[in-house]
Design a protein around this ligand. Structure first.
Ligand SMILES: Cc1cc2nc3c(=O)[nH]c(=O)nc-3n(C[C@H](O)[C@H](O)[C@H](O)COP(=O)(O)OP(=O)(O)OC[C@H]3O[C@@H](n4cnc5c(N)ncnc54)[C@H](O)[C@@H]3O)c2cc1C
Length: 355
């Protein structure tokens, strides 16, 4: 039950090819436009109680290293490279092929339901423990969230109807959402009122479908995002602080905050490395100033030893990472061994890993 694909394969092609064979990945993120190497190298994840990021589903990996040699790794072969290269940030070599664990395709029932933020925060532990995949979106300036619970189901398949799907996923979540964000960008004072309307636009729905159709959805409204993993037991407190910060401030935020979880994994620089984690993602509509919001949010997340998503906005550096990743030195030592001349160095890697 493994599948080997070329590193540049887009996730959507992988998902379709797997479905044709009656197979599926166990868990995935919100979209499937990324390549398998881009998604895994940055630690891309969805939400899961028991199942972790896409990289955690890798069983073997092929890497072309700085000296031009081809190195294969797995739990049995070059296990030190395998531990790090699944989320390698492009620093260890060029990933050329990835072998994923797959399973027979299954059905997921999604329950999407608006819920007051106070209730989600009070019941977070139950909502997390009673569902295989729990996540929610909180709309700043409101006490409202949209929750999503995905659980395996025996069927029957009950996809979202074509018209309902277009209305919810294209018109409300993309077309209309884009329009209200234009209004909010032009007239920031309207944002809290818009947020109240946006948070009520989607009504409850339940559907059952193949995993990739439940996990992923179209995202056409452009945004800037920062996302931090905090220890799971700290997420409710961190969210209360985030809410208090927004309420105290003059910020106007038209995009929801997304909250997800992941179990601890064994990948050296995974945001969930050795730590049960919850992800808090803040977004701003593209073209709206985001620095003040992200700076204030980042101050909250870093107080909990938060670990930023490697592929999203953050301001952390190697000194910080050496404190929040117990195995940071293991990664940099491997980098010294595999790329002593720093063939793969760029400005981002210089900041997050050091020269
Ligand atoms: C609309 C949207 C939704 C998103 N949703 C989620 C989500 O739900 N969860 C989540 O965690 N993230 C999410 N992301 C972030 C996204 O998954 C990452 O930014 C991902 O890295 C993008 O993949 P890509 O193929 O475009 O990457 P690229 O930009 O091509 O690559 C990203 C990095 O990966 C490394 N890399 C890529 N290919 C190789 C290779 N062959 N060998 C070695 N290193 C390589 C390099 O360091 C490169 O800079 C989202 C992003 C967007 C825009």
């Amino acid at each position: 039950m493994t599948v080997t694909v070329e590193a540049g394969t887009p996730l959507k092609r992988l998902n379709l090819a797997l479905a044709r064979e009656g197979l599926s990945l166990t868990n995935m993120g919100d979209i499937m436009e990324q390549t398998v190497s881009g998604a895994t190298s940055t630690g891309t994840h969805g939400t899961g109680r028991d199942s972790a990021s896409i990289a955690a589903q890798i069983r073997a990996l092929e890497l072309v290293t700085a000296d031009g040699s081809v190195l294969t790794c797995s739990a049995d072969e070059n296990p030190d490279v395998f531990a790090a290269a699944r989320i390698g940030l492009g620093a260890l070599g060029v990933v050329t092929a990835i072998t994923f664990a797959v399973e027979p395709v299954f059905l997921l029932t999604a329950r999407e339901e608006p819920m007051p933020l106070d209730r989600v925060l009070a019941d977070f532990d139950e909502l997390w423990s009673e569902n295989e995949h729990f996540e929610f979106y909180w709309f700043p300036h409101t006490g409202s969230t949209n929750t999503k619970r995905n659980n395996r189901s025996a069927g029957p398949e009950q996809p979202v109807g074509r018209l309902q799907g277009w209305l919810d996923d294209e018109f409300l979540s993309n077309g209309l959402f884009q329009a209200v964000n234009w209004v909010g960008r032009a007239a920031p004072a309207t944002v809290p009122a818009i947020a109240r309307v946006s948070s009520r636009a989607l009504s409850a729905r339940t559907y059952t479908d193949t995993p990739y159709k439940v996990f992923t959805s179209p995202r056409r409204v452009r945004f800037v995002e920062m996302e931090y993993a905090v220890p799971r037991e700290a997420v409710v407190e961190a969210l209360r602080e985030l809410r208090a910060m927004v309420d105290r401030s003059r910020l106007r935020i038209s995009f929801p905050v997304e909250v997800r979880t992941a179990p601890a994994d064994d990948i050296t620089l995974s945001t969930a490395s050795g730590r049960d984690s919850a992800y808090i993602a803040v977004h701003m509509f593209r073209g709206t100033p985001y620095q003040a919001y992200f700076t204030a949010a980042e101050r909250i997340f870093t107080a909990y030893e938060g670990r930023p998503h490697w592929g999203k906005v953050h301001t952390r550096d190697a000194e910080y990472f050496s404190r929040v990743y117990p195995r940071f030195g293991e990664f940099t030592a491997l980098r010294d061994r595999l790329d002593p001349e720093r063939l793969f160095l760029n400005d981002y890697l210089r900041r997050v890993l050091g020269p």
